[in-house]
Design a protein around this ligand. Structure first.
Ligand SMILES: C[S@@+](CC[C@H](N)C(=O)[O-])C[C@H]1O[C@@H](n2cnc3c(N)ncnc32)[C@H](O)[C@@H]1O
Length: 216
């Protein structure tokens, strides 16, 4: 009997430790805008089994991609979306994989080489620094990235400027991400940057917002 009680105690303590680490990580990440560490890249590369919203194939479906398009993947991480997008837009298109962490970009490069993809441009930069060209891109992505950026309003404006008039930005947020941003926050940022909201798919815990840069 005491054996089972010990097992139960062990189980409860393990659950409490894991939950506490998750809460501490969430708190610290949000307070100090810590980017997702590159050694966790393997986890970012997996599609979340608990929500369809952040699956690569679902996100790419919202992008309405055409061959030859120019795409900006902000906070590309290990290239979970970069690689399939590069295939969709074909050799005439180009995707800029932008990330602050060199280790993430190295992973993208390895995958691109393995798939012989030549239309991926790697760019190590902080999106806030505004080193991207204006009016260049047809599509941009901010997938589980916004909350990691210290000045989200500046970042949103830089992405707005980088898009061609009529271009589209997709923002995806999922509550399991320690840097999760609510729909209300994303809407406020998007509207003040000048975006028009085309559609919101999902719910308040996991959503994708399709935003458009007006033509006029
Ligand atoms: C959670 S990962 C998401 C990766 C990818 N978007 C995906 O959904 O698979 C967030 C990425 O954003 C990058 N990041 C954080 N802050 C950034 C910034 N200010 N500028 C550019 N990239 C940033 C991090 O280095 C990290 O690779």
């Amino acid at each position: 009997m005491s054996f089972f009680i010990n097992i139960l105690y062990f189980f409860i303590i393990t659950v409490l430790v894991v939950v506490s680490i998750c809460f501490a990580w969430r708190f610290l990440s949000q307070k100090f805008h810590l980017p997702c560490p590159s050694w966790l890249g393997w986890m970012v590369e997996m599609d979340n089994p608990f929500t369809k919203t952040s699956r690569a194939s679902v996100i790419i479906g919202h992008l309405e991609l055409k061959p030859g398009m120019k795409v900006l993947d902000v906070g590309c991480g290990p290239g979970r979306l970069t690689i399939p997008i590069a295939k969709k837009i074909g050799p005439q298109g180009i995707i800029t994989a932008l990330d602050v962490q060199q280790e993430m970009l190295q992973r993208v490069q390895q995958k691109a080489q393995a798939e012989s993809l030549k239309n991926i441009q790697l760019f190590q930069a902080n999106i806030e620094d505004g080193k991207i060209e204006n009016n260049l891109y047809d599509r941009a992505l901010l997938i589980s990235v916004l909350g990691e950026i210290p000045n989200m309003a500046v970042a949103m404006k830089k992405v707005f400027d980088s898009l061609k008039p009529g271009g589209m930005l997709l923002v995806t947020e999922v509550v399991f991400d320690p840097h999760f941003q609510s729909q209300k926050t994303v809407l406020r940022l998007a509207k003040s940057a000048g975006f028009r909201v085309m559609k919101i798919v999902g719910n308040r815990f996991a959503f994708t917002m399709q935003l458009n840069k007006p033509i006029d």
